[in-house]
Structures are given as structure tokens and as C-alpha cells.
Design a binder for this molecule. Structure first.
Ligand SMILES: Nc1ncnc2c1ncn2[C@@H]1O[C@H](COP(=O)(O)OP(=O)(O)OP(=O)(O)O)[C@@H](O)[C@H]1O
Length: 341
């Protein structure tokens, strides 16, 4: 297998369901991105944005209707037999035989993998290690139909780990997991990354993407509308500085030049693209004017804020997002705008 730095590469990738034109639907509309070796890459987006449709193309489960995709240097659809042994896949819905136990399910699965240990004892060891890794060791003898939704999700992950994959596709791996099990799954993903495994995951939990992803892409309507490290993507929205409205009128000269503040619910909110400079300027001015800033709070935008902005008003494309710096600065209906002279 090719050990190229880019383990996954998509160029102008498209996926259409049904016929061209009326009656058909293009769910993936020209995606280009790459995932490097040992990276955790998260695909985010609203329901129906096209994440699963994309992941299925990367897994080789469907043929693109346009563009190209490479996994480990090969075409995952046309060269599926060569690529599949090196990939681990956790689909959104597992679909296990309900009457098998967790351990039987994993043994059956291990028997289907070309890279699983050949001997029965080797496979048994791999199965118990995978079940242990996802916290299911004590549930190994329980039938699948008696496992909880979260336990089935963890069984899914255990199966994806069997066969020592170089690339792991995890479609919403922590949906339905309790907070403890979710953190444990994050640990599994981090350990895999340390071992050089490349992970592509989809998730609706933005804190999960923030905690795990080296890079991420936010999809909307089949397209990537923002991409980068979590910090880079979060930086698309301005940072905020907030403090309680000081006693008396807002002192002239308090706000740094060129900034606009909104007053809402007794709090002053300043938005800035240069948090450090604006905060320093504000503090110096407050000191010089002898103004206290009770409840002072300064923070960068979160991934969630960016996500909500990008996915707001579903009708508009990425170009609309380019203007959010201005839009975000505009006061809402219940706000009063205060502009520095
Ligand atoms: N087999 C199919 N036939 C027709 N349309 C489909 C098919 N599968 C998915 N779609 C449509 O493609 C679009 C993208 O679906 P997809 O499942 O890829 O989204 P997603 O981002 O994974 O959503 P979710 O977060 O809800 O899992 C949706 O509008 C969906 O209705």
C-alpha cells in the first residue's frame, strides 16, 4: 500500500442519487480535501448536509458520480479488494444479528477480515482486546438484542478496530453514548492517532470535533463551507469582550477607536478580530479614565458559534458567510449600538 502523506484525498467529489435533472438529487457537490497520515479529520454539518454520502464514497461503498477519491493511494471503489483490508469502518447503523452475543459477533467479524490473526486463539485474543478497549469486556456474553443502544455503538467501534486498520472511518461514533462512554471513545481515537492511524469521523457534537480533530470541514448542502484546524475555523467569527454597563453614562473615550459595542441586558459587548489588541486598549483606557469594568469576560469565538452562523438561513451559500464579520457586528433588535468616536 502507498504510504503517501495524504492517506485520503478527494478532488471535486460528487454523488448523485437518482437520475440527472428532475427526480435526482446531488448530495455531494464538488468536495475537495485531503487527510494526512495520522490525522484525525472531522466532517461536520447539519442533518442532510452530505456527510454520510461522502464517507460512503471514501469507504468505497459507492462510486462517485463525479470527481475522484483516493484512499492509501488507490481508488476505494474500483480497487476495493486492495484497500478494504487496511480500513476500519463504523457505519451509522451496525445491523448485527440480534441473537449472537457481543463476543460471537466480534469473532464472526474477525473471521471475515483478511488482516485478522489466522489462528483461532489469535482471533479470540484480538476479539477480547477489542471488546476490552471499548469497555464491553463484561458484556461479551450478552446477546446483541439485549445490549443498550450505546453498547451496540461501542460494539460497532470494537468491530472497526479488529484487523488493525490504517484508516478508520467513524460515522457518528458517539451518538447515543453517555458522557463517560463518549470520553472513553475519545481516548480510543487519541490512542489510534498516536499509533499513526488516520481517522475520519463525522459528528454532531462540536465539542467532540474541538477535542479530537486536527482539522475539520463543515459541510452544508453538499459543499464544504469552512475548513481548517478547529482554531482556524473558530477564528472566522469575531471574539467577544463583555462587561457590565459601568455606573453612569458610558464614559466617552472608553471604547477603543473603531470598535462598535452593543448594550444588551445591562452588559456591554464588544466584538473584535484582534482580541489581544482591543482588550489591552480597553483596559488601558479604563485605567486612565478610572472606570471599573465589573464582570469582564473576553473569549474567542467557539466552533459552535461559527457552525450556527454558517448553517443559519439554509438558503444561502458560502459567499454569505464571507460577510459575517460585518453581519455579526450589527446590533440585534433589543440592542443599543454604541460607537467609539
Ligand atoms: N439513497 C438515497 N436516495 C436519495 N437521496 C438520498 C439517499 N441517501 C441520502 N440521500 C439524501 O442525500 C442528502 C445527504 O444525506 P446524508 O445522509 O449524506 O447526510 P448527512 O450529512 O450524513 O446527514 P445526518 O447528519 O442526518 O446523518 C439528504 O438530503 C438525503 O435525503
Amino acid at each position: 500500500m502507498d504510504d503517501a502523506e495524504d492517506v485520503i484525498g478527494a478532488q471535486e467529489l460528487r454523488r448523485r442519487y437518482g437520475p440527472r435533472g428532475a427526480g435526482g438529487f446531488e448530495a455531494v457537490r464538488g468536495l475537495s480535501f485531503e487527510v494526512r497520515r495520522g490525522e484525525v479529520f472531522a466532517l461536520l454539518g447539519t442533518n442532510g448536509a452530505g456527510k454520510t454520502s461522502t464517507v460512503e464514497l471514501l469507504e468505497g461503498l459507492a462510486e462517485p458520480s463525479g470527481g475522484s477519491v483516493r484512499v492509501l493511494g488507490r481508488d476505494p471503489f474500483r480497487e476495493r479488494a486492495a484497500v478494504r483490508p487496511f480500513t476500519g469502518v463504523m457505519l451509522q447503523e451496525g445491523g448485527f444479528p440480534a441473537d449472537l452475543t457481543a463476543a460471537e459477533t466480534a469473532r464472526m467479524w474477525a473471521g471475515c477480515l483478511s488482516r485478522a490473526p489466522g489462528s483461532r486463539a489469535g482471533r479470540a485474543a484480538a476479539v477480547s482486546s477489542a471488546l476490552d478497549r471499548v469497555g464491553l469486556a463484561a458484556r461479551a456474553g450478552v446477546r446483541v438484542k439485549q445490549l443498550s443502544g450505546g453498547e451496540r455503538r461501542r460494539l460497532d467501534l470494537a468491530l472497526a478496530l479488529l484487523g488493525r486498520p490504517r484508516v478508520l472511518f467513524l460515522d457518528e461514533p458517539t451518538t447515543g453514548l453517555d458522557p463517560r462512554a463518549r470520553r472513553d471513545t475519545w481516548e480510543v481515537v487519541r490512542e489510534l492517532r498516536e499509533r499513526g492511524v488516520t481517522v475520519l469521523l463525522t459528528t454532531h457534537y462540536l465539542e467532540e470535533a474541538e477535542a479530537l480533530a486536527d482539522r475539520l470541514a463543515i459541510m452544508r448542502e453538499g459543499r464544504i463551507v469552512a475548513a481548517g484546524t478547529p482554531a482556524e475555523v473558530a477564528a472566522r467569527e469575531p471574539a467577544r469582550i463583555r462587561f457590565d454597563v459601568p455606573a453612569g453614562p458610558l464614559a466617552a473615550g472608553l471604547l477603543p477607536e473603531g470598535t462598535t459595542a452593543a448594550v444588551r441586558g445591562g452588559r456591554v459587548e464588544l466584538r473584535t478580530r484582534d482580541l489581544q489588541r482591543t482588550l489591552l486598549e480597553l483596559l488601558l483606557r479604563a485605567r486612565d479614565l478610572g472606570v471599573a469594568l465589573p464582570g469582564l469576560d473576553a473569549r474567542s469565538a467557539s466552533l459552535e458559534e461559527v457552525f450556527l452562523t454558517i448553517t443559519r438561513d439554509g438558503a444561502h451559500g458560502a459567499a454569505e458567510h464571507e460577510g459575517t464579520a460585518q453581519a455579526a457586528g450589527a446590533p440585534a433588535r433589543d440592542e443599543t449600538e454604541v460607537t467609539a468616536p
